[in-house]
Design a binder for this molecule. Structure first.
Ligand code: IPE
Ligand code: IPE
Ligand code: MG
Length: 248
C-alpha cells in the first residue's frame, strides 16, 4: 500500500496544468466491450481491463487535488445486458473494493455511491457499504461511483422525497432540488469526459450537467491513461465558461 503525494505547483506547471483545474469531474467510462471485441475476447475481459484503468485515474485525480471524481459504472439501463455480463460486472466491483479499499482509505479518499444499491446482491452491497462507512470521515478526494444510477431515476427520487416532506410548493426551488439529488453535497460538476467516441449522456447527471463542459475522446476506457486524462483537463482549461453572461 502506498501513500501518494499531491502534485506540487511546479509539477502542475510542468504538466501544463497550472491554472483553474475543475473541482468536480464526471467520467462516462465507455468502450470496454469494444476493447475486448477488438482482441477477440469476451466482454468481461474488457471490464477487467477497465477496472485497472480506473485504479490509475482515481490515483491521478487524488494527485491532482481534484475535489470530486464521479464515474459512471452501471446505469439503470445496463440491467438489460446479458445476465452473465451483469454478474461479471458485480464480481469485478466487489473485487475492486476489496483490493483497493486500504489504499484509498490511507490516501484520505472518501467513497460515495450514487444510485440505488437496493437491487444488488448482498455481497456487492456489503462491500460497497463497508467502503462508504469506513471512509465517511475522510477529507480528501470524493470518489463517487454511480451504480444502478440513472439521472431520471435520481430526479424522480428527489421529487418523491420533496413531496413526502409536505413542503409548500412555493418553497421548492432549484437549490432544494439540487440538495435532494444523490450529488447534493458535491461541488458543481465542471467537466464531463466520455471515452470511446459516443457523444451522448446516456442518462448521466442530466440536472448537474446544466453548465458542465464536455470533452469526448475516441480512446476506449481500458486505454484511458493518466496522460489522456490530463489532456482532457488541459482542453477543459482552454474553454471560456460564460454561464450566460458576457465575458470579454
Ligand atoms: C462501459 O463499457 C462499461 C459499462 C457500461 C458497464 P461498455 O460495456 O458499454 O463497452 P462498449 O460500449 O460496448 O464498447
Ligand atoms: C453508459 O454507457 C453507462 C456506463 C458507462 C456505465 P452505455 O454503453 O451503457 O451507453 P449507451 O448504451 O452506449 O448509450
Ligand atoms: Mg457502451
Amino acid at each position: 500500500m502506498r501513500i501518494y503525494d499531491r502534485y506540487s505547483d511546479d509539477k502542475l506547471e510542468e504538466l501544463g496544468l497550472s491554472g483553474k483545474l475543475p473541482k468536480h469531474v464526471g467520467i462516462i467510462m465507455d468502450g470496454n466491450g469494444r476493447w475486448a471485441k477488438s482482441r477477440l475476447m469476451p466482454r468481461p475481459v474488457g471490464h477487467r481491463a477497465g477496472m485497472e484503468a480506473l485504479h490509475e485515474i482515481v490515483r491521478e485525480a487524488h494527485c491532482l487535488g481534484l475535489e470530486a471524481l464521479t464515474v459512471y459504472a452501471f446505469s439503470t439501463e445496463n440491467w438489460q445486458r446479458p445476465v452473465q455480463e451483469v454478474n461479471a460486472l458485480f464480481g469485478l466491483l466487489t473485487e475492486y473494493f476489496a483490493k483497493e479499499i486500504d489504499e484509498l482509505d490511507a490516501n484520505g479518499v472518501r467513497i460515495i455511491a450514487l444510485g440505488d444499491l437496493g437491487p444488488f446482491p448482498e455481497k456487492v452491497k456489503a462491500c460497497m457499504t463497508d467502503a462508504i462507512e469506513r471512509t465517511a470521515s475522510n477529507k480528501g478526494l470524493r470518489f463517487c461511483i454511480a451504480i444502478n444510477y440513472g439521472s431520471r431515476a435520481e430526479i424522480t427520487r428527489a421529487v418523491r422525497l420533496i413531496a413526502r416532506s409536505r413542503i409548500e410548493p412555493e418553497m421548492i426551488n432549484e437549490d432544494l432540488i439540487s440538495r435532494s439529488l444523490y450529488t447534493g453535497e458535491l461541488p458543481e460538476l465542471d467537466l464531463i469526459i466520455r471515452t470511446a467516441g459516443e457523444q451522448r449522456l446516456s442518462n448521466f447527471l442530466l440536472w448537474q450537467a446544466a453548465y458542465s463542459e464536455f470533452v469526448f475522446t475516441p480512446v476506449l476506457w481500458p486505454d484511458f491513461t493518466p496522460e489522456e486524462f490530463r489532456k482532457c483537463l488541459i482542453e477543459f482549461m482552454k474553454r471560456t465558461r460564460r454561464f450566460g453572461k458576457v465575458v470579454e
